[in-house]
Design a protein around this ligand. Structure first.
Ligand code: SAH
Length: 219
């Protein structure tokens, strides 16, 4: 078996057991996860565990999310392919790559330059050209590119930074983990002309969203 075949088999298994097996049904999300080489987004020391059922360490004490969590968050955004999406917390760029196959354009913000730059290189190496990475504090959103059809936050916040709801289109979706530093609830907020609807999706555990409207940085 060649290396690409070996990784493809691992991805097929990951999708069957962890993604379909746990009830994710969006076929476009499933196809994207079958296609994107997750092992290219993890540190060399962890390539053998790239398709394991859990998060993995990244530099700067951050983590690449568990495949199932990536699938669930992505499915919750209800993407059809036409959307402009904002992602907060680029990290490895894996979630960005998945989004790039499911939406028209992706704008992603990462506060650690080292992570953001590396993610940019990986996305470029994979020929992904509809995703833009910016370094900075993502708790302000990305005003110049707003409004967005969907916003995904992949770090845990103490409360919803106000910019996200402001920068969402009518009928837009915001998916974000909210809670304390040990445990959060993944929420989906849907903005309509009349109101904001709120749904609880699943209990989860993310690294902290650090910034002006998030947690304070630890010195
Ligand atoms: N989606 C990523 C998960 C990364 S973990 C992946 O698939 O690999 C969350 C990321 O959010 C970390 O890289 C962290 O540095 C970043 N982050 C935390 N607070 C942030 C902020 N205010 N703005 C931008 N990125 C932030």
């Amino acid at each position: 078996m060649t290396k690409p075949e070996f990784y493809q088999r691992q991805r097929d298994e990951m999708v069957e057991r962890q993604i379909r097996g746990r009830g994710v049904k969006d076929e476009r999300v499933i196809a994207a996860m079958q296609k994107i080489p997750r092992h290219m987004f993890v540190d060399k020391a962890f390539v053998d565990r790239a398709y394991d059922d859990g998060p993995l360490p990244l530099p700067e004490r951050q983590t690449i999310s568990q495949p199932y969590m990536v699938a669930l968050m992505t499915q919750s955004l209800l993407l059809t392919g036409k959307e402009k999406v904002l992602e907060i917390g680029t990290g490895s760029g894996y979630q960005t790559a998945i989004l790039s196959r499911l939406a028209d354009r992706v704008f992603s913000i990462e506060r650690h330059p080292r992570l953001g730059r590396q993610a940019e290189r990986t996305l470029h190496d994979l020929g992904i050209h509809n995703a833009l990475v910016r370094i900075g504090d993502g708790t302000h959103g990305w005003a110049e590119e707003a409004p967005f059809d969907a916003i995904l936050v992949t770090a845990g916040a103490p409360k919803v930074p106000p910019a996200y709801l402001d920068q969402l289109k009518d009928d837009g979706r915001l998916v974000i983990p909210i809670g304390d530093d040990t445990q959060q609830m993944l929420y989906r907020f849907t903005k309509t002309k009349e109101a904001i609807f709120e749904e609880e999706l699943v209990a989860c555990r993310f690294v902290k969203l650090v910034g002006r409207y998030g947690w304070e940085a630890v010195k």
